[in-house]
Design a protein around this ligand. Sequence first.
Ligand SMILES: [Zn+2]
Length: 283
Amino acid sequence: MRALPASLLAACGLIATACGGTDSGGAAAGQAARAAATTPAAAPASAPTQAKSQAHAKPQAVAGPLEGKTIVIDPGHNGGNYRNPTAINRKVNVLTKWKPCDTTGTETASHYTEAAFSWDVANRMVKILKARGAKVKLTRTDNNSVGPCITQRAAIGNKAKADAAISVHGDGAPAADHGFHVIMPKKINGPVDPVVADSSRLGVAVRDAFKKGTGLPYSTYIGSKALDYRNDLGGLNLSTVPKIFIECGNMRNAGEAAKFQDPAFRQRIAVALADGLQHYLKA
Ligand SMILES: [Zn+2]
């Protein structure tokens, strides 16, 4: 019974292409979880004493493929944002313009919210990426409070010196539109400039993994082959680490809404996004 302020929902849907438009923050075959933990070293046959000592050696954990990497995941709009329009409508400077601190995000026709979707996918990604050895940080700790602002969400990735950052969204476009797209930063004569090229590589890696892993089509309504470049998003403009947004699909489209409401499909999305991040980080 949450009454999402219509003006806010409209903002997300209209600008958006949405919801990417107003917030900061922003893909394959699943490599299974981390490889099995232990592999006792093989003992040389000709050295009994050495063989003995190795037999008693402590098994060594196999390093995950993302060991040493830090990933920041921004689960988009907080589920409590609708409760405090004053706070989330406060204007913040994103260098190319002033815009609201955040929005409520969109929702499906049956009221499954973008916030719930992003929060669930992000937490699934945390499990997958940690199992692969990465250090992972989220930009918020729950889905019931307000904010943080787009500016702060960018700052969290910067402070963590993330090797890659991703903001997870579902779009709110007209119902006939469908498909996913990735949003990458443009040079703005600002702090993001040095990471624009890497962000672009990250975006392509995630685009490819997302298509392969989810089977969702490229967006029919924005970008070229699911790639879009923008200079009006605080989460990108203010980032000093490689960062992208993913609009996983259109929550207002019945077919995509049904998929997003299916936990098994959200797991596919999470695995696909983790694969895209991994491909970028291991390239
Ligand atoms: Zn959004």
